[in-house]
Design a protein around this ligand. Structure first.
Ligand code: FES
Ligand code: FES
Length: 166
């Protein structure tokens, strides 16, 4: 028995690898479980729509959905995502929201935009008709250096109207 284990280590001792789903597809990462989810997405999968701003959970540029809930991917380790489902801006069905941001001019440099769209998507999923205060609360974790937020709030209102009509 002992001899068989030594000769065929895969049979008895191969660890069950970390797997996670990203944008509907299962992956077995090469990255270590201690890798930040942000780095795995950008460096290993090439999903560069998820941005790194502060790296400290303060700016929202790195937002993704983890099992449908928004998380700062700079604060989540790959090992925490075992068996979980991650959705990035590339995998989000958010054309209505994106178009609203374009139409009202809520995108300037665009660095914050993926995170804002993820936050807006999550808001409209749980509250399709948010008022201004609810929008401000939902986007409180997203920093934008360019727009002054007024057009961003307008874009969310337009997206909610379109959402309601759809
Ligand atoms: S980069 Fe993650 S919150 Fe700023
Ligand atoms: S559009 Fe430039 S940071 Fe928001």
């Amino acid at each position: 028995m002992h001899q068989e284990t030594i000769n065929n280590p895969k049979k008895s001792s191969e660890p069950i690898g970390l797997r996670l789903k990203v944008n509907g597809q299962w992956y077995s990462p090469r990255s270590a479980p201690t890798t930040r989810l942000l780095d795995f997405l950008r460096r290993e999968l090439g999903l560069t729509g998820t941005k790194e701003g502060c790296g400290e959970g303060e700016c929202g540029a790195c937002l993704v959905l983890l099992n449908g809930e928004i998380v700062n991917s700079c604060l989540v380790l790959l090992g925490q995502c075992a068996g979980q489902e991650v959705t990035t801006i590339e995998g989000l069905d958010a054309q209505v929201i994106q178009q609203a941001f374009v139409d009202v001019g809520a995108i300037q440099c665009g660095f914050c935009t993926p995170g804002l769209i993820i936050a807006t998507y999550a808001l409209l999923q749980r509250n399709p008709r948010p008022n201004r205060e609810e929008i401000q609360q939902a986007l409180a974790g997203n920093l934008c250096r360019c727009t002054g937020y007024q057009k961003v709030i307008k874009a969310v209102q337009v997206a909610a109207d379109q959402h309601g009509r759809g």
